[in-house]
Design a protein around this ligand. Structure first.
Ligand code: HEM
Length: 441
């Protein structure tokens, strides 16, 4: 198929295009997109393991993500490889550690309740823009550590506009030459980015001068030190804050939109979730449901492309320098040999078997596994609890939503359209709900 058609297919019908290729070529095939190296799609768990465990000098995921550089900056952990990647990742890991995240539950719960309480009842509602607003607010408050005020308002407005630009299909193409870029949205992007940088550098300077005991991610990054004892530079801090924003805002919003789109169509699952919430008997079924949402609708259909730097053999095939290897979560998660009846939404499968390291990869894997996985899971758990405590959900259309590419993610085509109906908790439910607000997620 001509490169242009492959690019259009990947853009307009991402999952259907992958499925068609698999039906025709099997578990391993190469697609070619405009301006990109050959992309080898891999969906065999053993081969995925070899990709995730390959030595850092052989496969370079950082180099494969260069397209993000204008927004995240050259120090971003996502763009680095080998030694520099490891060093930056070590600085960031404690800030994103699961236990540390739990301390943010109160703030995330409060922001989520504020958003969810404003949603209208008994009318078709597109959830995606609302969830996008929520996940942006959570990152600005819990990661950047911003307090309510004019800086938060200005950053919120500028970042919303910058992130909207990246939803265009053009944003996936390599940047045009300078002369042409003067006539594209790049000019607006550069101007807004300069204002964002000024606000973020101002914030970093202020926080350095007045060290606080804050629970936010920036507080941890300000306290982190390189091996020689030096603190992270202002540019490193700025780049990692922007990385968290780009990697963690649209992904979580789209994943939550799928969560509600799916759950609205599954009264049985809703009932079981609600029974678990009302009886305050742990959260095994909630965890299994979230695992199933991430299996069935991974918003990033593949882990970061790994650029081959030295010829490498994987699964009996030899890949030359310059190819890019992609561990494909979407195809892996829909392999009937691993997940019987793969298109059915059945959280119970994860009650029976916990997710496997190389068979469930919505967060990628190896030394590049998503740094924000605990953060995202916490946000999802709190959002689902908050909504299910208050409402029952029904779908706005009988037909499940198709997929649509939105910036780097695959999102529900209609934005997750549902109807919310008031639900009055019985006395047991009310008690349990009050208890949950008081205790961490
Ligand atoms: C449901 C939400 C999310 C999903 C599905 C997701 C998924 C992913 C995936 C697939 C990767 C690539 C891993 C690889 O190539 O092996 C990744 C990397 C990353 N994610 Fe997430 N992510 C989510 C939310 C977040 C959040 C909330 C943050 C931060 C606040 C975050 C920060 C990062 C960072 C920093 C990396 C780069 C790690 C590295 O290169 O070492 N992500 N994410």
């Amino acid at each position: 198929m001509p490169v242009l058609l492959q690019t259009l297919g990947t853009w307009s019908r991402p999952t259907a295009f992958l499925e068609r290729c698999r039906a025709r070529y099997g578990a391993r095939f190469t697609i070619r997109l405009l301006g990109q190296p050959p992309l080898v799609m891999i969906s065999d768990p053993e081969e995925i393991k070899q990709i995730f465990l390959a030595p850092p000098e052989v496969l370079h995921p950082g180099e494969g993500a260069r397209i993000l550089e204008p927004i995240v900056g050259s120090h971003s952990v996502i763009l680095l490889d080998e030694g520099p990647h490891l060093e930056q990742r070590k600085l960031m890991l404690p800030a994103f550690h699961g236990e540390r995240m739990q301390r943010l539950s109160g703030l995330i719960g409060e922001l989520t309740a504020g958003e969810v309480d404003s949603w209208p009842l008994d009318t078709p509602l597109e959830l995606h823009p609302r969830l996008q607003r929520l996940t942006l607010e959570i990152i600005l408050r819990a990661v950047f550590g911003l307090e309510r005020g004019s800086r938060l308002d200005s950053l919120r407005e500028l970042l919303t506009r910058i992130l909207a630009l990246s939803e265009s299909p053009l944003s996936l193409l390599p940047p045009p030459p300078r002369l042409i870029s003067r006539f594209t949205p790049m000019v607006r992007f550069e101007a807004m980015k300069a204002q964002v940088d000024e606000l973020i550098y101002g914030l970093i300077e202020e926080r350095r001068d007045e060290p606080s005991e804050g629970e936010d991610v920036l507080a941890m990054l300000l306290a982190a030190t390189h091996e020689d004892g030096s603190p992270m530079s202002a540019q490193e801090l700025r780049d990692e804050l922007m990385t968290a924003l780009v990697a963690g805002h649209e992904t979580t919003a789209s994943q939550l939109s799928w969560a509600f789109e799916r759950i609205a169509r599954e009264p049985r699952v809703q009932e079981r979730l609600r029974a678990e919430l009302d009886s305050a008997s742990g959260d095994d079924y909630m965890t299994a449901t979230i695992n199933e949402i991430l299996r069935r609708r991974p918003v990033l259909p593949n882990a970061e492309p790994r650029l081959v730097k030295e010829p490498v053999e994987i699964g009996g095939w030899r890949y030359p320098r310059g190819a890019a290897l992609l561990a494909n979560a979407y195809l892996l998660h829909h392999d009937p040999a691993i997940y019987p009846d793969p298109y059915a939404f059945r959280p119970e499968r994860f009650l029976e078997n916990p997710p496997g390291t190389y068979t469930w990869i919505p967060f990628g894997g190896g030394r590049r596994r998503c740094l924000g996985a605990s953060f995202a899971l916490l946000e999802m758990k709190i959002a689902l609890r908050t909504v299910l405590d208050r409402y029952s959900l029904t779908p706005a259309h009988p037909r499940p939503e198709r997929t649509r590419r939105r910036s780097i993610t695959i999102s529900p085509a209609d934005g997750g359209r549902v109807l919310l109906h008031a639900r009055s908790p019985g006395p047991a439910g009310a008690d349990a709900a009050a208890e949950r607000v008081a205790s961490p997620a």
